[in-house]
Design a protein around this ligand. Sequence first.
Ligand code: ZN
Length: 132
Amino acid sequence: MVAAMESFHVSTRRRTDFVDITRQVEAAVSELGLREGVVTVFIPHTTAGITINEHADPDVMADVEAVLERLVPWRGDYAHAEGNAAAHVKASLLGSSARVLVSDGQLRLGTWQGIFLCEFDGPRTRTVWVSA
Ligand code: ZN
């Protein structure tokens, strides 16, 4: 029996923060009982995202952060009155979900790939949903 959905929480530490959640997603896949198929990792927030990228060298995500900051500076000519428009824009640029193949109960990620929760308006506690 494959359960419908698992979830877990992540506490971010800074306004912009990329947290490697690969291990938590693996644990969720195990809890789901999924052996073969595809898993969707989804974040139900409007100022955070999900992406897959290199998790061997932390400089990679530091570069991603720097480029996003240049493209979408925190202070700008935004309409959204809450004051966190840049976080919403960055969340849309990176997206709210990722899909990963599962084979023999394991995530099929490339050697250097990890799954990241992308925080753009932290620090906060975020929820991640994982569904088969
Ligand atoms: Zn807002």
